[in-house]
Design a protein. Structure first.
Length: 768
């Protein structure tokens, strides 16, 4: 198992720059995480008051530029680590760019003189001397004077290392007073501490987490946009495992594939180093050992042998001819051996893939059994709780009856003296007490409101939807017979309490995908609405509000599920391949995630070709119109949402509602009540891609509900720039789940673990 070393630097006070508030604290907290939570072998901390490094004599750690340069030169003059080891470098402070190079600013640095700062390139060169093949730079250093923000570093590519920048070079990196951290470092620590299937065990997953979380935090605390920037050189390092304790077999498989590919291409040294990175992972050690042994044999067999001198008295011509024949034979044997090894590796990879599929099937079955056991456990707990509550109520009523009898006995003599009988009075009072009569003389025996005791959101109950199948004369939409569903909608107040329930009826059709899988498409009637929000709700990107007319269309009742995705992914490819099982959280009725914008477009193209109906992603206007369903409140549920109504980070609140459950994963589609159009999961669960290009506000938005593109490029497979996301996800705060909230993602081909989508289809004129 590889070793882990770390260097953490945090600088608040500068001689020639404005001070920062939380850079030192960021470094101290990171050093604590390295040392105590991740159990690193060696951690060096450099702050204004950090202790010296034990040595003879002790090495001061107050980070001046000259002192830190000497530390790098002395500490990393010779290799100290092995290729399979890791070295992390964290810096929180000011950064600056000179002559197209990134520099880190130390307390004594002069911003007008680059020689007083230290270039990131110099630091990288010294760190790579340590011998570790994996050097990770975490630079929360794009900070200019006064705002810990910086129009500075963030564009330079550093050879042979993994680099995380806190923001793009033309952005600022913000400190958050409420968190007492920089937004980047807070998100970084949050990601490193994630457990379960949503963890950040690999470089790629940590990058995805930062891409998503940092902008969310800045948005929540009213800071400007800040998009972290990530580079891995060479690119295969994005699959390196950062947190062994959190890694799973799928994480290891990515490195296994890279190692086998390197071996097939003859890059034996790289293959060996990649296999060494897999040591210490459960179930991988034996395979890694065998692979390294096999590679060592290949390295030995491919070493060229020294040529044999020509014997005295032989002609040069005959010697050359014999040598050529031997060389040709040797090459022929090597080529045959190479082909044999390729076939062997291909067969081995096939066996490993089949074994992985079997393991995944077993894991899925085990999860199902665990889920069933958990459901049964919860049912038993509910039964016991109800039994306990019933017993408590019985005891309360018995005690109240005893109190009443005592009261009546004490009063009986008085009643006799007054010439009144007591039997009827006893009967009336007891009846009112024990039956809960509204008479003023009754006693309230109900228990206190459970919400006031445990501060959890109130339960929300709705009628079970009633589905009416079409008859033979039923109208058709999308050439499909129309179904009807009757259901109840929910409206809540600012405390998350149900104040209204209305019965609704909507029409929908079922698109048969095969394998007993269907796609329910709900008919959305034409109409108009005010797109966006008014102050104080929302952001400038949601303004100015615009009146938009939206033609009728059909929209998926739910986000696309994993069962639906798997079925369509098996259809003939149009422009790009689709991974049949991309999701982090597995389940047929869970929404598919880990899909890029291009993947979603490909899904629609395949579905359209298969069914003959033109499916696509919704326009941003269609999405908001469908989400609102003729409401004007922040959510279609009303003034707020709770964890009883949607899947989001309910440890945060929007209005006066109680905090609720933060599930930290996706939930089955349709788990929560629908809106008035009969659509589910419009708030939370997974972000949903829209077709539009991103625009910073609604100036110039189309008034007819059509997608809004920056250019006339209609080839969706070649679109570029940021695309729009709507709806929020399980991972975000309630504010980001509002009907009007809009976000964007700069990389359409990226696959963050909480991005999904739903589809729409135009219907033209309809008789409904």
């Amino acid at each position: 198992m590889g070793k882990n070393w770390a260097i953490a630097i945090g600088i608040n006070n500068y001689d020639n720059l404005q001070p920062l508030k939380y850079a030192q604290r960021d470094a101290e907290v990171m050093a604590t995480w390295f040392r105590e939570e991740a159990r690193f072998d060696q951690v060096f901390l450099f702050t204004e008051n950090s202790p010296p490094i034990p040595a003879n004599p002790p090495i001061p750690t107050q980070p001046t530029a000259a002192r830190f340069r000497r530390f790098l030169n002395a500490q990393f003059e010779k290799p100290l680590l092995n290729p399979e080891d890791n070295l992390w470098f964290f810096f929180a402070g000011h950064g600056k760019r000179y002559n197209d190079q990134d520099y880190l600013m130390f307390p004594d640095s002069d911003p007008t003189d680059s020689t007083t700062a230290i270039s990131v390139d110099f630091i990288t060169q010294r760190l790579r001397r340590c011998g570790a093949d994996n050097v990770v730079l975490l630079l929360d250093a794009c900070r200019d004077e006064g705002s810990r923000g910086g129009l500075g570093i963030g564009e330079e590519k550093h050879q042979g290392v993994i680099t995380f920048y806190s923001c793009n070079a033309n952005q600022q990196s913000w400190e958050i007073d409420e968190l007492q951290h920089g937004a980047f470092t807070y998100s970084l620590l949050e990601g490193l501490r994630l457990q379960g299937e949503g963890n950040c065990a690999t470089v790629e997953r940590l990058a995805r987490h930062l891409y998503q979380r940092v902008p969310q935090i800045n948005n929540y605390y009213r800071k400007q946009v800040q998009n972290p920037y990530f580079q891995a050189d060479p690119p295969y390092k994005m699959y390196f495992i950062l947190l062994r304790q959190a890694a799973n077999f799928r994480d290891a498989q990515l490195l296994i594939d890279a190692a086998q590919e390197a071996e097939l291409e003859g890059n034996l040294l790289l293959a060996e180093n990649l296999w060494k990175r897999l040591w210490g992972l459960p179930g991988i050690d034996d395979r890694a050992f065998e692979a390294i042994k096999r590679i060592a044999q290949k390295q030995s067999s491919t070493n060229p042998t020294s040529p044999t001198p020509n014997p005295a008295g032989t002609t040069g011509q005959r010697s050359v001819s014999s040598t050529q024949q031997q060389e040709a034979e040797r090459r022929k044997q090597q080529e045959a051996e190479r082909k044999r090894q390729q076939q062997e590796l291909a067969a081995q990879r096939q066996r490993e893939q089949e074994a992985q599929k079997q393991r995944e099937r077993e894991e899925t079955e085990a999860r199902k059994q665990q889920q069933q056991a958990e459901r049964e456990r919860q049912q038993e707990l509910d039964r016991r709780r109800k039994q306990q509550e019933a017993e408590t109520r019985r005891q309360q009523r018995e005690q109240q009856w005893q109190n009443l009898q005592q009261f009546l006995i004490n009063r009986r003599q008085f009643l006799k003296w007054a010439g009144l009988g007591s039997g009827g009075l006893v009967t009336v009072i007891a009846s009112q007490l024990l039956q809960g009569s509204p008479d003023n003389s009754s006693v309230d025996t109900s228990s206190p409101d459970s919400n006031s005791l445990n501060n959890s959101p109130p339960e929300i109950s709705v009628m079970t939807p009633k589905i009416i199948s079409p008859n033979k004369n039923a109208p058709k939409i999308l050439k499909l017979p129309v179904w009807t569903v009757q259901f109840e909608t929910v409206t809540v107040n600012s405390r998350g309490e149900k104040v209204k329930g209305e019965q609704k009826e909507v029409k929908f059709v079922k698109e048969d995908l095969g394998n007993n899988i269907s796609l329910d498409m709900v008919y959305i009637p034409a109409g108009n609405f005010m797109m966006g929000s008014k102050p104080p709700e929302g952001d400038n990107s949601e303004r100015p509000q615009q009146k938009v007319n939206v033609p009728a269309f059909c929209m998926g009742k739910y986000p696309v599920t994993q069962a639906q995705w798997r079925t369509v992914a098996a259809l003939t490819q149009i422009n790009r391949k689709l991974e049949p099982e991309p999701s982090e959280f597995k389940g047929d009725d869970l929404p598919v995630e880990n899909v890029s914008w291009y993947d979603a477009v490909e899904f629609c193209a395949r579905l359209s070709k298969e069914t003959g109906n033109e499916y696509r992603l919704p326009s941003e206007a269609e999405w908001e119109y469908a989400c609102r369903a003729r409401t004007t409140t922040p959510f279609h549920f009303g003034e707020t949402i709770t964890s009883k109504l949607a899947n989001y980070d309910a440890s945060n609140t929007f209005a006066e509602e109680a905090k609720g459950e933060y599930r930290k994963k996706t939930t089955p589609v349709g788990k929560f009540p629908a809106n008035a159009f009969g659509l589910y999961d419009m708030h939370g669960n997974v972000w949903e891609w829209c077709l539009d290009d991103w625009h910073d506000n609604y100036e110039g938005v189309p008034k007819n509900g059509s997608p809004w593109f920056d250019d006339k490029n209609n080839n969706l497979s070649q679109k570029y720039g940021s695309a729009v996301l709507r709806g929020g996800s399980w991972y975000v705060i309630p504010r980001d789940c509002r009907s009007a909230y809009r976000d964007n993602y700069p990389a359409r081909d990226s696959i963050p673990f909480n991005f999904g989508f739903r589809v729409v289809c135009g219907v033209g004129r309809s008789l409904l």
